[in-house]
Design a protein around this ligand. Structure first.
Ligand code: SF4
Length: 322
């Protein structure tokens, strides 16, 4: 039976601020899951700490709200234990690129088959708007007493340099386009990174909905020009079509050049996709041929009478302090 959007909504009270870009991302996730007809019991959503961390509460799938900066290793663990699940991780730029930066880099190296959605708003919204890792040097939002003293991270460049095999960007208020990006990230075979420009109207008065709509930016005819444009409209193709290293390098270089564009002319869409790199699950299966058929989630851990199958006596003996 086809899933309806209402099947994916929960009754949990939502206290995100009015007008927050998080609402657009939440809608796009629910629309993507409904269109893909992914039964809720086949999906696990994982999050870290921040406004974005509440997302799994609002989507009727499995969900875990984990620790600050730790959602990626948790999500990888969920996927590796139960490779039959579609795993979607949500986090803000403070969560994922601040305290979680080490995990972000290493997730790219592993290429576990999951999707990571970054709620990129440049501020720590949950703790009153301190500068977060993607806010650029010298920018001063209304929540900061002085301009940002740190340089901003370019999340797309970091993902490309770290080995992510799908790198894309969406915009929270272009929900239909964002939904397509989420579907592609979920369908991608490998570690997918989706950077979402997410206005935080409460603390970031610079990268607002009006800013991205083109406020103050006029074309030659005096018409307001949006600050985002879609890569597909310029014939850009980031998909690697062969296992050839030269093609892969060319596509990464091309994506990096596009990742520099930000501000008045900001690309959204798929920057890079490569399904020729083996996933972590495939690498594991080479070492343990029984992994795919018998992953940890389906292994028996107890007999019918409840006694454990594993004998941990030897392990406990090794840990005994005398
Ligand atoms: Fe959204 Fe910002 Fe409010 Fe958090 S503080 S809910 S990011 S508008």
């Amino acid at each position: 039976m086809a899933l309806k959007l209402t099947d994916l909504k929960t009754e949990v009270h939502n206290d995100w601020c009015p007008g927050c870009g998080d609402f657009g991302i939440l809608s796009a996730v629910q629309m993507a899951l409904a269109e893909m007809n992914l039964d809720p019991h086949r999906v696990a959503m994982v999050s870290g700490i921040g406004c974005s961390g509440k997302t799994p509460h609002f989507v009727r799938t499995y969900g875990v709200h984990t620790l600050h900066g730790r959602s990626l290793p948790f999500a990888a663990g969920v996927k590796l234990a139960n490779p039959g699940l579609e795993v979607i991780d949500c986090g803000g730029d403070g969560d994922g690129l601040g305290i979680g930066a080490g995990h972000f880099v290493n997730a790219g190296r592993r290429n576990v088959d999951l999707a990571y959605i970054l709620f990129d708003n440049g501020v720590y919204g949950l703790t009153k708007g301190q500068a977060a890792p993607t806010l650029k040097l010298g920018m001063k939002t209304k929540s900061l007493p002085l301009p940002n003293i740190n340089s901003g991270i370019n999340p797309l460049m970091l993902a490309l340099a770290s080995g992510y095999t799908f790198v894309a960007r969406g915009y929270a208020y272009d929900v239909r386009h964002l939904k397509e990006m989420i579907k592609r990230a979920i369908l991608h075979k490998g570690m997918a990174f989706l950077d979402v420009l997410q206005p935080c109207p409460t603390y970031n008065d610079l990268q607002t909905k009006e800013y991205w709509s083109g406020e103050g930016l006029l074309d030659a005819a005096g018409k307001q020009m949006p600050r985002t444009y879609k890569l597909e409209t310029i014939g850009y193709d980031g998909v690697v079509k062969s296992a050839d290293d030269a093609e892969r390098e060319e596509k990464i270089k091309q994506a990096m050049m596009k990742a520099f564009e930000f501000g008045d002319h900001t690309p959204i869409g798929v920057f890079y996709q490569n399904e020729w790199i083996p996933t972590y699950e495939e690498r594991l299966n080479q070492r343990m041929p029984s992994y795919r058929a018998n992953p940890p989630a389906v292994e028996r851990i107890a007999r019918d009478d409840g006694t454990p199958l594993a004998n941990v006596t030897k392990l406990l003996d090794e840990l005994r302090v005398t």
